[in-house]
Design a binder for this molecule. Structure first.
Ligand code: UTP
Length: 291
């Protein structure tokens, strides 16, 4: 990989069944953690990593995501008239001016790998990031997870996958990597296993929702046959990349991850963010004590 990261893909075409009935009409990625939807945290992380082209892979029910990043003429002029400068800045700041948003559709939810493949015509043959917005990764004022990974990908000229240590008895919920450490946070992946039983797991390093991949992955995705659940799995194509290039890295990012694809994770993220907010923290703490 010879170019820095400019493009980031957000696969947001899943059905979000774990949040039904809300997700009948509200895209999972629009669920808020305090006052920001999940997709905003994901976009902020991509912008922090240097991206100027954001590609959203959506479906026909998810207009709200495009609307959210669009100009809100009526609201903006009302806020302007009333002199609400701070609120206006919030409304206008969802996407920085130098960053463009491109929307492509995934006609059918055929899996994460298939969703990423839908972005091929926009990404072309260059390294790109993939961010799953339901994994909210928070690193306070420090470098975002994707930026840490983009720097590593550039320095090592290799694809990078975010991993996190998970409890040993939970390996069967994740893709697990077998990897040789190269430094405190990075490792050379030897192989990947999808959802191994704890007894068969080669480690407790689980793949989470951040990737930096070369354009080559698209050809490998095209050759990938549907795997578990009839879906085209991104992990299968990364496995093929590993066999072909011999070098894909796992990165234990700095930061805390909340799996907001399930209710407990969304609640944890909300509580964590509330406790970071000096105005909210005392109220939340008092309420928890009362509970
Ligand atoms: P999930 O496994 O969380 O599935 O997808 P989901 O449909 O979003 O949610 P549940 O499990 O039904 O509650 C992981 C990521 O991959 C995207 C999802 O939008 C999510 O960001 N995805 C998954 C697609 O874009 N297309 C697909 O076909 C499948």
């Amino acid at each position: 990989m010879s170019k820095p990261l400019r493009k980031v893909v957000f696969p947001v075409a899943g059905l979000g069944t774990r949040f039904l009935p809300a997700t009948k009409v509200v895209a999972k990625e629009m669920l808020p953690v305090l006052d920001k939807p999940l997709i905003q945290y994901a976009v902020d992380e991509a912008v922090d990593a240097g991206a100027d082209t954001l590609i959203f892979v959506t479906n026909r029910y998810k207009h709200a995501i495009a609307d959210y990043f669009d100009k809100a003429y009526e609201l903006e002029s009302k806020l302007q008239e009333k002199g609400k400068a701070e609120l206006l800045a919030l409304v206008q700041g969802t996407l920085p001016r130098n960053v463009r948003a491109i929307f492509v559709t995934q006609p059918e939810a055929l899996g994460l790998g298939h969703a990423v493949l839908c972005a091929k015509p926009v990404v072309g043959d260059e390294p790109f990031g993939v961010v799953l917005p339901d994994d909210l990764i928070w690193n306070g004022p420090g470098k975002g997870a994707l930026r840490q990974m983009a720097e590593l990908a550039d320095a090592q000229q290799a694809g990078v996958i975010a991993v996190e240590e998970v409890p040993h008895d939970e390996t069967d919920k994740y893709g697990i990597v077998d990897a040789t450490p190269i430094d405190e946070r990075s490792a050379l992946i030897r192989s990947m296993v999808e959802k191994p039983k704890p007894a068969d797991a080669p480690s407790n390093l689980a793949v989470v929702g951040r990737y930096v991949l070369p354009g080559r992955i698209f050809q490998l995705l095209e050759q990938t046959t549907p795997g578990a659940g009839g879906e085209i799995q991104l992990t299968d194509a990364i496995d093929a990349l590993l066999r072909e290039q011999g070098k894909v890295l796992a990165h234990r990012f700095e930061g805390i991850r909340f799996d907001c694809g399930n209710k407990a994770g969304l609640v944890r993220a909300t509580m964590h963010m509330a406790m970071q907010d000096p105005k909210l923290a005392p109220t939340v703490r008092a309420f928890l004590e009362q509970l």
